[in-house]
Design a protein around this ligand. Structure first.
Ligand code: FES
Ligand code: FE
Length: 327
């Protein structure tokens, strides 16, 4: 298993989707999960597998602070320990009759889990506590490709005129100016990427906008876009690695304008852009991201993706990647 992604935080659900009394399913790094809340509203993320005969616990029920397995009715308390076996009233289950529980954290209206020991905090979304921004959560967005391909696409502006014509790009303005890239302990940053957009300020005229990107973690990225009018839009993008070639995206959008635009409208716009991206993302062949730089060729405007791939290689990341040259 890839220790980089194993020991990182990943989004497994929206907070609002995990209501008391319900069992929610998710999948992370190939592991089936069940998510629920105890009566103190604490979120619990467990392996979705009963230790008795290995059926899914998510088909069972929450009863007070316990989960009851749907098969033989074994009862598990909120630390995952079996405390009751209905076939044997009064029986004390052994210590190993225990569900695997994972580290969990709730923040930004999202539930994060780690299958290992997270070594870094969840990245700071700096617009979150700024009252001049309105916030909107969109997703989950399911895509059959490696999550690394989805993050790399998020860092790529040269596709805008072709994949998002009329919104993020213009076929008459395809040139990408030089920009700088840096890599440090907080990941990869793309600085001052200037992009022509058809109507960034809603004035009916095209103008250059400036993007600053950051891939904080292999599967968490951020950008801040500034328009000539001083409008600013920031996005925190989390991608959950469901399997090596399957992922789910979650996107927080923050805007210091459009305060009166209904949330549904902002979500609809994001949904539209994501659909445009995912149509192409699902055609990648290979679906995993090559970290051998020779496997695909690169343009000068790809220096952000190149830095991202080099950084992943340096971290030793393997899940969803092709780390070695193909034979
Ligand atoms: Fe869960 Fe038997 S499989 S109680
Ligand atoms: Fe796109």
């Amino acid at each position: 298993m890839d220790s980089v992604l194993l020991n990182d935080w990943h989004v497994v659900a929206r907070s609002e989707d995990v209501q008391p009394g319900t069992l929610t399913k998710a999948k992370l790094l190939g592991v089936d999960l069940v998510i629920w809340r105890n009566t103190a509203s604490q979120v619990l993320v467990w392996q979705d597998r009963c230790p008795h005969r290995s059926v899914r616990l998510s088909g069972g029920e929450v009863v007070n602070d316990t989960v009851v397995c749907p098969y033989h009715g074994l009862v598990f308390n909120d630390v995952g320990q079996c405390i009751e076996a209905p076939a044997h009233p009064g029986y004390t289950p052994p210590k190993q009759a225990c569900v695997k529980a994972f580290k969990t954290h709730e923040q930004y209206g999202l539930i994060y889990a780690s299958l290992g020991e997270p070594v870094r905090e969840i990245p700071v979304f700096s617009e979150w506590n700024d009252p001049s921004y309105r916030l909107c959560l969109s997703g989950p967005y399911h895509c059959h490709t490696s999550g690394l391909r989805a993050i790399e696409n998020f860092l790529d502006v040269s596709h805008f005129p072709f994949v998002h014509p009329g919104t993020l790009g213009d076929r008459a303005q395809t040139a990408v100016e030089d920009y700088t890239v840096s890599t440090d302990e907080d990941g990869v940053a793309l600085h001052n990427v200037r992009v022509w957009q058809p109507d960034p300020d809603g004035q009916g005229k095209g103008e250059f906008v400036t993007y600053n990107y950051r891939a904080f973690r292999p599967l968490t990225a951020y950008f801040r876009k500034e328009t000539p009018n001083g409008n600013c839009l920031a996005i925190l993008f989390h991608v959950t690695p469901v399997e090596e070639e399957e992922c789910v995206g979650w996107m927080w959008v923050a805007m210091n304008y459009a305060h009166d635009t209904p949330t549904e409208e902002v979500q609809k716009f994001q949904d539209h852009l994501i659909v445009e991206d995912f149509v192409l993302l699902e055609t990648h062949n290979p679906k995993r991201l090559p970290l051998d730089l020779q496997l695909e060729f690169h343009l000068p405007c790809d220096r952000g993706s190149l830095a991202y791939r080099k950084w992943l290689k340096q971290l030793g990341l393997t899940y969803g990647a092709i780390a070695e040259p193909l034979s």
